[in-house]
Design a protein around this ligand. Structure first.
Ligand code: NAD
Length: 290
């Protein structure tokens, strides 16, 4: 590869924010390794966005497939460093903690947290932890969420994964300092992507036998409404681009259509925030059926 052209890896590139990042980086003249789980998604990205897209096929829960993709990338980079890793692949698991099947929580953490670790271990050397490579060290941008700061009821598995990703981001940044590899997070609020339609596949009726069914129905409708009215994924891609290219990127960049609410939640006493959220969802003692 020509070492004047920089390259990035974007995980979970088939749809939504990941795809928007691929489009942005290619438009800026970068080569983009786009991780997808199905070969046909990679071919589609290449056909729609251009030859600068190099599909890599792996699931972030599949260590050997990730290692194979890292070998392919090492060969393609021909001794140069990778310019950026955008850890974007993720899922959102919902359900009330008292009744949530344990495997659902395990899946959430495996994809959104351990998955990011697998990817960092495989591609970290190419970002410059392998000191035999030439070129400037790359940067890691983790796609966290505003759910990394505040846990909404019934989407706590997701919030746990994003709180954990915040710790991962902070600690990894400190550990990678000797290599000059900076690590930052982007914290989107509602963004209009397919993730919200997948929320529909969380069938609230599976919790029909619990005291929570009414507030859960309310939350699912609220989430779908907010998601579909969210910012376009390109708004996040612009923030990712700034995080990769600015000389001193912000450690957390919040991208949301509701900056005031976000700010208010951040400064509000936590008991007050609890009251506001529980009241809004009908999570009050008098809301329970006798
Ligand atoms: P999306 O569902 O369109 O994209 C998720 C991507 O991750 C898809 O390409 C999917 O194929 C991939 N993926 C899922 N599981 C995977 C696995 N096991 N291995 C590899 N790839 C996998 O949703 P999105 O909204 O674009 O989500 C992207 C990221 O943005 C996620 O980390 C999500 O938590 C975060 N986020 C989204 C929003 C939002 O409102 N949409 C808000 C905050 C944060």
């Amino acid at each position: 590869m020509n070492d004047l052209v920089r390259s990035a890896l974007v995980t979970g590139a088939s749809t939504g924010i990941g795809r928007a990042c691929v489009e942005k980086f290619v438009a800026e003249g970068w080569q983009v390794f786009a991780s997808v789980r199905k070969g046909e998604d990679g071919e589609r990205l290449k056909a729609e966005i251009g030859e600068a897209v190099v599909p890599l096929i792996f699931d972030v829960t599949d260590g050997p497939a990730i290692a194979h993709a890292a070998d392919q990338m090492r060969e393609a980079l021909m001794g140069a460093t990778l310019g950026a890793l955008v850890n974007n692949a993720g899922i959102a698991v919902a359900g009330p903690l008292l009744h949530l099947p344990i495997e659902e929580m395990e899946k959430q953490m495996d994809v959104n947290v351990t998955g990011q670790l697998r990817v960092v271990q495989a591609f970290g050397p190419l970002l410059g932890a392998d000191r035999s490579l030439s070129g400037a060290p790359g940067r890691i941008v983790n796609i966290s969420s505003v759910a990394g700061f505040s846990a909404a009821p019934f989407v706590v598995p997701y919030a746990c994964s994003k709180f954990a990703l915040e710790a991962f981001t902070q600690g990894l940044r400190r550990e990678l300092t000797p290599y000059g590899i900076d690590v930052v997070a982007i914290n989107p609020g509602p963004i209009a992507t397919p993730i919200w339609d997948k929320a529909e596949s969380v069938d609230p009726e599976q919790y029909a036998h619990t005291d929570y069914i009414k507030p859960i129905r309310r939350l699912v409708n609220y989430m779908l409404e907010r998601g579909r009215g969210g910012l376009p994924p390109s708004a996040v891609a612009d923030a990712v681009w700034a995080a990769v290219t600015s000389p001193k990127p912000k450690l957390n960049t919040i991208v949301t259509p509701e900056p005031f609410t976000q700010w208010l939640l951040g400064i509000m006493p936590r008991r007050m925030a609890d009251r506001l959220i529980t009241k809004r969802l009908g999570l009050t003692p008098d809301a329970l059926e006798p």
